[in-house]
Design a protein around this ligand. Structure first.
Ligand SMILES: [Zn+2]
Length: 164
């Protein structure tokens, strides 16, 4: 092996090993077009919420959390695509979710793992709506995290009503 070839070989190895250590600086993304539940979806007590979305990360996906909490106080998150209600909206930060512990209101909070090494993942999850909760406005929140810890939040408004 000539010196030139040996040097080139060494440089290639160095380049490849550097490439593997590139830092993940980009938060994961969540598809907007095929995301379910849709904003303003209506469910009856006892229905099943079909959750569907595709998420992507340029390096590696981590895991995600789904949380459903009541919106009886008509608060908003900055991540909603649009508002369903006419008027009476006020904004507050997540740390101000003070009045969610309404007795009888539904609280759902579940972590989900994504298999290691994936850059794209499509989730299909069924979440049963309990029959014995208070009906009303709820927020469905998805918190998607990549392996490096970057987080993307998507929130939609859903309505849970008493079956006719
Ligand atoms: Zn909320």
């Amino acid at each position: 092996m000539s010196l030139a070839v040996a040097l080139h070989f060494t440089m290639t190895i160095v380049f490849v090993s550097c490439e593997n250590k590139v830092k993940d600086l980009t938060p994961p993304s969540v598809s907007q077009t095929d995301f379910l539940p849709s904003n303003c979806d209506i469910y009856y007590l006892g229905d099943t919420i079909q959750v569907h979305f595709t998420c992507m990360d340029d390096t590696e996906l981590g895991n995600f959390n789904i949380e459903i909490h009541n919106n009886f106080d008509h608060h908003t998150h900055s991540t909603e695509a649009e508002d369903c209600d006419e008027g009476e909206e006020h904004h507050h930060g997540e740390e101000e979710h003070h009045d969610e512990d309404v007795e009888g209101a539904w609280v759902f909070n579940q972590d989900y793992a994504i298999p290691a090494g994936l850059k794209e993942y499509t989730a299909h999850i069924e979440i049963p709506v309990p029959k014995d909760i208070l009906d009303g406005d709820y927020h469905f929140m998805l918190r998607m995290t990549d392996r490096a810890g970057w987080q993307t939040i998507k929130a939609v408004v859903i309505y849970i009503i008493v079956a006719p």
